[in-house]
Design a protein around this ligand. Structure first.
Ligand SMILES: Cc1ncc(COP(=O)(O)O)c(C=O)c1O
Length: 387
């Protein structure tokens, strides 16, 4: 990754001007404006801006717990191949973290993986990750969740812009999270969002974001909370804390950058997609590599270039090719989460996760960014060749 933003110079320049003239830099009208514009983009009723994607995930679970929708000890399924801060809040808030296997052909939980898990665990929530821009068969997964009264949540931090024939990734569950950390589809340096159509959840997400108070709720919502707890004066209301919360607030800089970068999102997604199509062609012709199945996805918003080899020995070979050419490479997100030290410290039950183990042992990824030059793309393409 070369830059913090798409259109780096223009963005930094307008940020500098904004900082000079903004009347206030703590969370205010720019954050609200960005939330409104993001909801329009994502086709969801509501968005709540946070200081990171990790905070967004934490807030969703704390909000559902505050609302009594889930309680300590409930089983929450999650994609075994995901990022640490998707899984950590499940443990931190006292739930039972149940890893669900991911299918190597899509890198994601598919409906058959969920059905296999349901044979051995009863889930209250499925907090699925739409990994690396790809998704599982979300429509079928949603139907299974509905039939089994499982709350579906989506960690969409890596798949902003991906579309399925049945809707946008991030719009299948009760709520979804997004990350705007540098190198994601949109960057606000640090930042995250939760989208939902549910009014009660929206209210609690705002309470959880800032200290447990009602200051960011609408006047109607404030009246409801104040009446319920007999808070009569504005003076008391300002320092009444209704439920468990954190301080996960963004700043006006987050809101400003979000509005700026949203303008370039379509361009960003389309350049990444075209780059991915070029890499995909080479992968298709290389018998050492596995072509990822995106037949259920109508628009892939490519997060990176995932490389899945047919064996660990081949993975080493391609790792050497990439690192030999000076290309930065990473594991497939965090690999199988069960193998991470924090996870085995807190969760003692081990599940057989053959697909996720395969992804762990045979996969890695490198960047796919809009500012890759023709020369960069050619170097990456040559690393994907079988020699
Ligand atoms: C799947 C997933 N969830 C959550 C996060 C956390 O987002 P952030 O870095 O904004 O905290 C990331 C970060 O890359 C991620 O990939």
């Amino acid at each position: 990754m070369k830059n913090a933003f798409l259109n780096e110079y223009e963005t930094r320049k307008s940020l500098a001007e904004f900082v000079l003239r903004a009347p206030r830099l703590s969370m205010d009208s720019k954050c609200v404006e960005f939330e409104i514009e993001f909801s329009k983009y994502q086709h969801r009723n509501h968005s709540v801006l946070y200081n990171s994607g990790a905070s967004a995930n934490l807030a969703i679970l704390q909000a559902l717990k505050n609302m009594g929708k889930i309680k300590e000890g409930d089983a929450i399924g999650f994609s075994a191949v995901t990022w640490s801060t998707n899984t950590m809040p499940i443990i931190q808030l006292g739930f039972n973290a149940v890893p669900i296997d991911c299918d190597p052909t899509t890198l994601n939980i598919m409906s058959h993986n969920l059905l296999d898990s349901l044979k051995i665990e009863k889930l209250s929530v499925l907090f699925i990750t739409n990994a690396l821009g790809f998704t599982g068969d979300l429509d079928t997964i949603k139907k299974i969740c509905d039939e089994n009264k499982i709350i579906l949540l989506e960690d969409n931090c890596e798949a902003l812009g991906t579309e399925l024939p049945q809707g946008r990734a991030g719009n299948f569950g009760l709520a979804s999270s997004f990350s705007f950390f540098v190198a994601h589809h949109m960057s606000t340096i640090e930042g995250g969002m939760v989208c939902t159509d549910n009014e009660d959840l929206l209210e609690m997400l705002k309470i959880v974001r800032a200290n447990g108070w009602d200051r960011n709720l609408s006047a109607v919502q404030q009246r409801k909370w104040r009446l319920k707890y007999g808070i009569k004066s504005e003076f008391d209301a300002k320092y009444t804390f209704y439920d468990l919360a954190f301080n996960l607030r963004p700043t006006e800089i987050t809101g400003f950058l979000g509005l700026e970068q949203l303008k370039y999102l379509h361009e960003n997604v389309s350049v990444r997609y075209n780059n991915y199509l070029r890499f995909e062609k080479i992968i298709k012709d290389n018998p050492d590599l596995i072509l990822l199945d995106r037949s259920h996805i109508s628009l892939l918003s490519s997060f990176c270039l995932p490389v899945l080899c047919k064996s660990p020995i081949l993975k080493q070979k391609y790792l050497d090719q990439f690192s030999g050419a000076g290309i930065e490479i990473r594991p497939m997100i965090a690999g199988n989460m069960q193998r991470q030290p924090f996870f085995s410290k807190y969760v003692k039950k081990i599940y057989e996760l053959h697909g996720s183990d395969f992804i762990h042992e045979c996969g890695f990824y490198s960047g796919n960014y809009p500012e890759l030059s023709e020369a960069d793309i050619e170097i990456i393409s040559s690393c994907l060749q079988k020699y």
